[in-house]
Write a protein that binds this ligand. Structure first.
Ligand code: SF4
Length: 186
């Protein structure tokens, strides 16, 4: 399948562009992506997967706390061991605009950025528009772990994933090829 590619770029000076609503942050993890990573859990998820381990992150109106891109970048810079940041949730793509700003700032610091999403890569590409900024965030990612958690396909053997339907997508190769390219980590 060929994907439409637009050229939407976020205006970094846009008011409110750096506010984030998070469920929490893990400062160091070795199970949420390659190498030592900080994990940023956003608050709010529309997918409501049966068997989800983080149902407290579902609500968009209750729970979580406000912070800023600048606070997360500062926290990341304090740890020289970090290889990168993993965006998790909740559903990161519901805050794609602010997370794109975050990803750009982290990449300036030499950090790799990957994300989980309950949407598939194809759903994100085909649903991307100038308001949701999904394509902008994808452009900043190395890897995307995609798809809902399906309890019937739950597996402890899948690297970084909870169920067998989920895939590890090489996002940069996928964008360049105009089709979904799986990472060698699958
Ligand atoms: S996408 Fe993730 S956070 Fe959202 S309901 Fe599914 S497993 Fe839970």
């Amino acid at each position: 399948m060929d994907f439409p590619i637009d050229t939407q770029i976020i205006d970094l000076n846009q008011p409110g562009g750096t506010k984030l609503h998070l469920a929490g942050v893990i400062r160091e993890s070795i199970v949420d992506g390659p190498g030592w990573r900080m994990v940023v859990f956003v608050q709010g998820c529309p997918h409501h997967c049966k068997g989800c381990q983080n149902p407290a992150t579902w609500s968009f109106t209750e729970g979580g706390y406000d912070t800023t891109v600048e606070n997360i970048v500062k926290a990341a810079k304090e740890n020289p061991l970090l290889k990168g940041i993993t965006l998790s949730g909740g559903e990161p793509f519901t805050q794609a605009k602010a997370l794109t700003v975050l990803a750009r700032e982290l990449k300036k610091e030499g950090l790799d950025v990957m994300s989980f999403s309950g949407w598939t890569y194809e759903e994100l590409i085909n649903g991307a528009n100038s308001e949701n900024c999904w394509l902008d965030l994808l452009r900043e990612l190395s890897l995307l772990v995609d798809g809902k958690f399906i309890e019937e396909q739950r597996s402890l053997e899948c690297l970084f994933r909870g169920s067998k339907n989920q895939r590890i997508i090489d996002v940069q190769k996928s964008l360049a090829a105009g089709k979904t390219v799986l990472s060698e980590l699958n």
